[in-house]
Ligand binder design. Sequence first.
Ligand code: AMP
Ligand code: MN
Ligand code: MN
Ligand code: MN
Length: 296
Amino acid sequence: MTSPLHLQSNADLHCHSTVSDGTLSPEALAARAVANGVELWALTDHDEVSGQARAMATAQSLGLPYLTGVEISVSFAGKVVHIVGLGFEHDDSALIEGLRQTRGGREQRAKEMAQGLQSVGIKGAFEGALRYVGNPELISRTHFARFLVDAGHCSDVPEVFRRFLTEGKPGYVPHRWAGLGDAVGWITRAGGLALIAHPGRYGFTPTEEYALITEFMAHGGRGIEVVTGSHSLAEMQQYTETALEFSLLASRGSDFHSPEESRCDLGRLSEHLSGRLTPVWSALQERIHWPHGTQP
Ligand code: AMP
Ligand code: MN
Ligand code: MN
Ligand code: MN
């Protein structure tokens, strides 16, 4: 029997729940994915896989094919790059331990961010951000941004990032994330496949981007996000060519965080992958959790 998934399938392989910096639970996201016509789904919380069992169980009960997922922050060339992992064993102990280490220090960083914000007159940001946190080990800039908007300091989340939370701004504190080889290794040794997330977001020069891709592939990385909520149409076209040039598998995902904040809803990406690409799910057939009775 052939797979019901094809190049034009409505796969959404990138989104966030309350386990990291999204505002919906894994269960609510599964229901939203089904309502929005998703045909293959992955929950990819930042640096954390503890939502995987819940996402998979709900997907299974709703008839939605599921791939395990994660989005790991790594340091590369002085910037933070995100690596998405798909189709791994979510109870792999080395992966869980690696992620636990990469989360370590977020609380201290958050306290330093609050001090920076205090220096420009914003009081109580640490306690304020904590009120928005679903997972205390995963306090992120997004939680600060939500607090600053609700406290009236800015009118929306992008404004908070522009004024306070990006490099050179008072609430910005760099963090020691995992290395590129660590993240790719944890994912692949747990049976999964590693992808470069939203490559258009990093502002790399062509030389830096070439270095990222070749080093990523040398560590065993296999794919790249092409159609994502973070890319313009021009960037989707650009990274279609990049995927072809490097023989990378192509992925598709909204990067949905919240109904109030996200530009692209879960399952509502406007573009499909180009017919010239090989979709990441063609290499992950064996790793898909099919709902009972639908396995091809
Ligand atoms: P952190 O892991 O604490 O550094 O926070 C990174 C998160 O902040 C990302 O996963 C995004 O959800 C969010 N983010 C980063 N840059 C922006 C931006 N310019 N506007 C809105 N959200 C952003
Ligand atoms: Mn995020
Ligand atoms: Mn990301
Ligand atoms: Mn993301």
